[in-house]
Design a protein around this ligand. Structure first.
Ligand code: GUN
Length: 293
């Protein structure tokens, strides 16, 4: 079994980004600028946004944060988005999800200019991704592709089963792995809450991608011997084993599944560190105008 070390791959990619930005600054450029919009006080969202700011600092990328109260109106939020769309100093920005109930999330994501949509959630980027045109690819799926690539995992002709169909992970990853490309060219099955015989379907997978948000859902008996298992879940659970009194676990029961898998991502230290790095890569592409000239 090979443990896919997302932490190490993320570190390598971050040092590549840092070197590229240092050269830009040496040449008198400002380098890329990523902005984030954070609405309300959701602790998980605060943690994610804090992680993004730290990653920017680590690689020498400019970051800025627009904090808005939980009761913000849709108009006030769209005003901030319009401001960022028009600010030439900002190369890309994200609106952290989820948003409070009074805000129409779809409307907000469509308001972001596609050229600055480094999360890749705008329909234009999503459509371009599906058509295999240059596009910002959502950060977590992009991170998964890079892990597959850096570990030289074969995907062509493989049975890939994706558990979960969210717009952020399951759905885009299923599109990406079925594209005629590497990584891709796989036969992809997407399973969700209405899927019958999910266990049997999971067991057919050469590559199993688990993004359903259910703690330790995938057990050893659901996985084929020598499958590649990518665990996107992250859950904080009470633990007597750690000083802090909690530990992080994924959507996969690691102890059981790691005994059968050929490759597996741990939680933490697998997919998680790759997500933020992918956002940095998309922001670098925005700065260099690689997707939209
Ligand atoms: N909430 C959970 N994941 C994400 C993400 O990748 N981007 C944004 N904007 N919000 C999220």
């Amino acid at each position: 079994m090979i443990l896919i070390d997302g932490k190490e791959i993320a570190r390598q990619i971050k040092s590549e980004i840092a070197a590229e930005i240092a050269e830009m600054i040496d040449n008198g450029e400002t380098g890329p600028h990523l902005a984030a919009v954070l609405v309300g006080d959701d602790p998980a969202s605060q943690t994610y946004v804090g992680g993004k700011e730290k990653a920017c600092r680590d690689v020498g990328m400019i970051s800025s944060l627009y904090k808005l109260p939980e009761n913000v109106s849709e108009k006030e939020l769209t005003d901030v988005i319009d401001y960022l769309n028009n600010d030439d100093q900002v190369d890309g920005f994200i609106v952290q999800l989820p948003l409070p109930g009074q805000i129409d999330e779809k409307k907000i994501l469509q308001r972001i200019h596609p050229a600055k949509d480094v999360d890749g959630f705008h329909p234009q980027n999503y459509g371009r991704m599906a058509l295999n045109l240059p596009a910002y690819i959502p950060a977590t799926p992009y991170g998964i592709l890079q892990l597959i690539e850096r570990y030289k995992i074969e995907t062509s002709g493989k049975n890939c089963v994706v558990l979960g169909r969210s717009h952020i992970v399951g759905s885009p990853v299923s599109i990406l792995l079925s594209r005629k490309a590497y990584p891709g060219n796989a036969t992809v099955t997407v399973c969700h809450s209405s899927t019958k015989d999910l266990k049997e379907k999971a067991k057919q997978a050469d590559i199993l991608i688990v993004a359903m948000g259910q703690k330790e859902f995938v057990t050893g008996d659901m996985v084929k011997k020598d499958a590649v298992v990518i665990d996107v879940g992250i859950h904080r659970v009470p633990s007597e084993k750690t000083k802090s009194g909690f530990e992080l676990v994924g959507d996969v029961k690691f102890d059981e599944v790691s005994k059968k898998a050929s490759f597996i991502t741990p939680v933490p230290g697998g997919v998680g560190p790759m997500t933020i790095v992918s956002l940095l890569l998309n922001t670098l592409k925005a700065y260099k105008k690689e997707i939209y000239k």
